[in-house]
Design a protein around this ligand. Sequence first.
Ligand SMILES: NC(=O)c1ccc[n+]([C@@H]2O[C@H](COP(=O)([O-])OP(=O)(O)OC[C@H]3O[C@@H](n4cnc5c(N)ncnc54)[C@H](O)[C@@H]3O)[C@@H](O)[C@H]2O)c1
Ligand SMILES: [Zn+2]
Length: 360
Amino acid sequence: VKVTVELGARSYDILIKPGLLENLPKWLADYGLTPEKGLIITDDKVDPLYGYPAQKRLLDAGSKYPRTIVPSGETSKSRESLFRIYDDAIEAGLDRKALIIAVGGGVVGDVGGYAAASFMRGLRYVQIPTTLLAMVDSAVGGKTGINLPQGKNLIGAFHQPSLVLCDLNALKTLPGREFRAGLAEVIKYGIIYDPVFFDFCEEHLTEAVNGEIPVLEHMVGRSCMIKAEVVSQDETESGLRAILNYGHTMGHAIEAIAGYGKYLHGEAISIGMVFASRLSVQLTGLPSAVAHRIEKLFVLAGLPVKAPDLNWSQLRKAMGVDKKSTAGLPRFVLAKSIGSVEFGVPVEEKILSDTWDRMN
Ligand SMILES: NC(=O)c1ccc[n+]([C@@H]2O[C@H](COP(=O)([O-])OP(=O)(O)OC[C@H]3O[C@@H](n4cnc5c(N)ncnc54)[C@H](O)[C@@H]3O)[C@@H](O)[C@H]2O)c1
Ligand SMILES: [Zn+2]
């Protein structure tokens, strides 16, 4: 499958199929991405699986690209990793025509993308996402960045890649928990945009979990297509792009108060989407049978749908500081039906706390 993200002069393709990494030099050449100098960014878990093999294939094809290997995990979206990339880029003699290739999950994509956005005022870069979450979310849309000790993604830039290669074979080595977390975002696209796709996810979830390639190809492809459509209409998040945050107001609060790392992002937004669906029943006319269907699908995907151990007042406080909420009431993306949502809906305190209590 090929998805084109339409952004005028900054348009780019996302290729989705198994085995892309084996022919990396060919795909880069097809897109005119064969500068003499380049740098591969990866993490220490992904490196032996895909980072080093990517380097080797490029070397066989005549391109000598060194690799910067950061430690696996969110802490690598840091000043230290970023400056190591800059150091390696200088050392490798990268010039403005050079290419950055990020091989890994969203962490590597974000820090590698930001290095590409900022080094010499911007280099071209290619994303090779190796987690489901990165394939369907972080590699699409051009958001790049790092964290500060004070908060997530506080430094960043919009910088679109030149090409995204989703090699579905990479999902075979992904830990099951990471895979299921990625499924939460896949299901999200059905809820916010496409009832037919939601049905597909319901029907083929088990095959996806079992790694059946044609099912994965459709799931990743359709997810990218939906995100691409939303992003093309609203590249810098002034409006429509907000719908991608379904379940995220609560999800971000859960991640923050449970301590980063306790819940994976996909797990937190699974709970957040169940919460948003229940609010939608009360406020935007989502039939309660449909809210149940949504919840059932998350359960089937092996994702959590409640968090009774979390304290409401702490959660509520964490929502207040979410950068997406304006003063006062937190605002939510709510569903009217599967495939159709409203964004920026303020929700009263009592409805929020009652809904949380009933859920748990
Ligand atoms: N830029 C965006 O628009 C955007 C969107 C969503 C999320 N993000 C960011 O993405 C990050 C999360 O990304 P993630 O969930 O991919 O996490 P991640 O990059 O930390 O990867 C998860 C884990 O899986 C390992 N891994 C990756 N690919 C593997 C493979 N194929 N086989 C075995 N192990 C593998 C990694 O080493 C890591 O331990 C967060 O920092 C988040 O802020 C960015
Ligand atoms: Zn998300």
